[in-house]
Ligand binder design. Structure first.
Ligand code: PLP
Length: 448
């Protein structure tokens, strides 16, 4: 064991420092070498140093450089070094964050981190948060609370009785709903195929005036941060209309809700704090290590009713605010430590700067590509840029060339029927130089 952790830290340090000099995607040879990590399980074990050496020497080169500054695919953050270091220490602690009696440290840090996030994002005082693996599960968690509340209002205890024979729940989403919300609805038995879809405008925003008349148990799912354009549904109008009909409003704000932490962008999420529940990620824009999502619910009683099951004697359910009673999980890592460390390191101003810097870099990216002859398809209001290079065929070809070139990585999408390159600037590590270098590479490949 001697030097195991110091040696591993040195390897990690070397890996991170080497990212700016390597291609964003691994070479075919590096990926092929992964076979060396497989094969039949050996009978005899190996020394710790040899296990780590194999992982680093074969595994590291086969990673995608998402921890660096030139990865613009999907919506992917890098790990802030302070958060990564905190994550290592918390792994050494190996705490179970289910119950306070199992880990006062994990539970305290979770409560502090959730309160800091609630405050930063201007969510209502008293709203209860829960750390989960990611935004998809945060949608499941928050929508379970929604399902509980709207059915309890109709006199139905869904946790005990199930959905058979329950009053029908109307679920409304926008045309541009993220698939994770639909997945959450299907997991909860609310049915992804029976949702009512509200038309959206040219930026993907729900048109509030098209919301259907609502009667009986109803949940309206809106989003802060469209995964393609970065646009926001008009939360204030939608909440007002839905609440008048007694409906629950849930916001999927995976990355976009962080706009609320930056004074220059918070107007985009205006009205988001009027909703009843929210789902978001830490592993996207806050740049904490995977996996880290958060659900918040305005009235903690609904979350608790949806999450806590039958009490078990050995778990000593004594009514304290144990995380286990507010999340779908029981045993869980001390996930909140990473977020606590990121927030303590950045402070309020640091989070605002991170969000604002990414938005500015996205604007710069868009300007460079536009100057180079590309067409920008969206209003670049946040950190997302949609690019067309003329014909559908050429846009697809440029995306393919960029992905193989390795200077940077951008994904593809189809926006209102048109293939487009998606650029998401979400990493603390991205610099102006990274954007210049990446835009130049994209334009060179588009012209070649
Ligand atoms: C708007 C939105 N919702 C949900 C998700 C899913 O998040 P996760 O992969 O953390 O579950 C994403 C991912 O990009 C997203 O952009």
């Amino acid at each position: 064991m001697e030097n195991l952790f110091a040696d591993t830290a040195a390897r990690a340090d070397r890996y991170l420092k080497g990212l700016s000099d390597r291609g964003v995607v691994p070479s075919t040879e590096a990926v092929d070498r992964l076979a060396e990590l497989g094969g039949p399980l050996p009978d005899a074990g190996e020394a710790p140093s040899e296990v780590i050496a194999a992982l680093d020497e074969v595994g590291s080169p086969a990673t995608v450089a998402t921890a660096g500054g030139r990865y613009f695919g999907f919506v992917i953050g890098s790990g802030l070094p302070t958060a990564v270091a905190a994550n290592w220490l918390a792994s050494a602690w190996n705490q179970n964050g289910a119950l306070e009696v199992m880990s006062p440290a994990a539970v305290k840090l979770e409560a502090v981190a959730l309160e800091w996030v609630r405050d930063l994002l201007h969510l209502p005082a008293g709203a209860r948060g829960a750390f989960v693996t990611g935004d998809t599960l945060a949608n499941v968690t928050a929508l379970a609370a929604a399902r509980h509340a709207v059915l309890a209002d109709a006199g139905w205890n869904v946790e005990v009785e199930g959905l058979g024979g329950a009053p029908s729940v109307t679920v409304v989403v926008g045309e541009e709903v993220h698939i994770s919300v639909l997945r959450a609805l299907s997991l909860l038995g609310l049915g992804r195929g029976r949702v009512l879809r509200v038309p959206t405008d040219d930026q993907g925003r729900m048109r509030a005036e098209k919301l259907p008349e609502l009667r009986g148990p109803a949940i309206v799912c809106i989003q802060s941060g469209n995964v393609n354009t970065g646009s926001f549904d008009p939360a204030h109008e939608l909440c007002e209309f839905a609440h008048r009909a007694g409906a629950w409003v849930h916001i999927d704000g995976a990355f976009g809700l962080w706009a609320n932490a930056a004074p220059g962008r918070a107007h985009l999420a205006a009205g988001a704090n009027e909703a009843d529940s929210w789902a978001l990620d830490g592993h996207k824009w806050l740049n904490v290590p995977y996996d880290s999502g958060m659900a918040f619910v305005r009235d903690p009683a609904h979350l608790r009713a949806a999450m806590s099951g039958e009490p078990a004697a050995y778990l000593a359910a004594d009514g304290r605010a144990d995380p286990m009673n507010y999340t779908p999980e029981m045993s869980r890592r001390a996930r909140a430590v990473d977020t606590w460390a990121a927030l303590r390191h950045l402070g309020r101003r640091g989070v605002a700067d991170l969000v604002e810097r990414c938005c500015r870099l996205a604007e710069r990216f868009a300007a460079r590509l536009r100057d180079g002859g590309a067409e920008i398809l969206n209003d670049v209001v946040l950190n997302q840029v949609l690019v067309s290079f003329g014909s559908e065929e050429k846009t697809r070809r440029v995306i393919d060339l960029v992905q193989r070139d390795g200077t940077c990585w951008c994904g593809g999408t189809v926006w209102h029927g048109v293939p487009a390159m998606r650029i998401s600037v979400s990493s603390w590590a991205t610099s102006e130089a990274d954007v210049e270098r990446s835009a130049a590479a994209i334009l060179r490949l588009a012209q070649g």
